[in-house]
Design a protein. Sequence first.
Lengths: 154, 177
Amino acid sequence: MRRLALPVAVAALLALGALVALEALRPRAGLTDAEQAQQIAAELRCPDCQALSVAESQTAAAAAIRAQIVELLTAGRSPDEVRRHFVERYGEWILLAPVAPIAWWLPVVVLVAGIGLLAAWLWRGRRREPNSVPASSSEAARRQVRDEVEQLDA
Amino acid sequence: MPMKHLRWAAMPLVVVPLAWLLFTGLGNDPRDIPSPLIGKPLPSFSGTTLDGTSFSSAELMGRPAIINVWASWCIPACVDEHPVLQSTAADYRDRLSVVGILYQDTADDARSFLVRYGDGGWPNLLDASGRIAIDLGVTGPPETFFVDAAGIVRARHIGPMTGAAMAEQLAALGLDQ
C-alpha cells in the first residue's frame, strides 16, 4: 500500500498540474458586449439575496445592477472598470471570488505541504521496515506479492 | 516517549483557537459589511419625492444629515425604527436633515405606510431605477447613513435604528441633545 502511495501521489500532482496548465493556456475567443455583461454579472454577488450572483438572481436590485453593467460597457468602460464601479460602492464583498492572493495560494500551499508530509511519512516507513521480499525472491514469493497488490488494487 | 506526549499536548493549542475562530464567525451578521463610502463624500443623487417635488442631495450640504433607506414592505424592521427617526427629526429640526430613500417600492405603498405609521415630514425619494441604492451600496432596507455638515459619510447603520444607536451616531456627528 505504502509502496503504491508515492507513485499515485506523484501522478495525481502531475495530473493536477497538467489541468491547471491546460486551463491557463486554453485559447479564448473574444467576447461580445452581451457575453461580457453576462460574465461580469456572474462574478458579482446579488446584494439582497444569499449566495446568488447578479446573473442568477431575479430580484429588482440584481436587475438594476445588470442594467447598469450593460450601460457602463456600452459607454466604453472596460470590464475591470465596471467591476471597480461596484466595488467602490459595495466593497469587495460584491465580488463572489476573493481578491486576496492568500485565498488562492493557501489551498495550494496546504496541498504541497500535505504531499510533503505524506512523502516524508512514506520515506521513514520504508527505511524502518526493509524490503520483506528481497530482490532474489523465489517465484512463489513474487507471485504472492503480485496477488497481494492485485487485491489492493481491486 | 516524552516527544510523542508533547505532540499530543500541542494539539489543543492548534485546535481550540481554530474551533473558537470558526464558531464565533457563526454569530456574525453576514450583512454587516463595512461600507466603502465611509470617509468619502456622499454620492450625489436626485429624484422625485413622494409629494412630487424634486430633490437633490446638494440641498443637504451645510448641516449633518441622516439618509434612511427604507421600504413599506420592510416589516417589522422599518416599522420598528420609524418612531426613532420621527423623534430624531423633531428633536433636531433645525440642526439635522433627514432624507428617506425608497428601496424597491411604489409611491402608493410608501404613502400608505406613512399614513399608517406617521409622516415625519422629511422628503422621501422614489428610486425607481434602483440607481441611488447601487450608488450607496445598499444590501437591503433598512440602512441608515450618517453624513456630516461637509457632506462626508461618517457611518452606516445596517438594520433598524434604535434610540441608543441613534444617540451614539448623532453624538459622533457633533450633535448633542
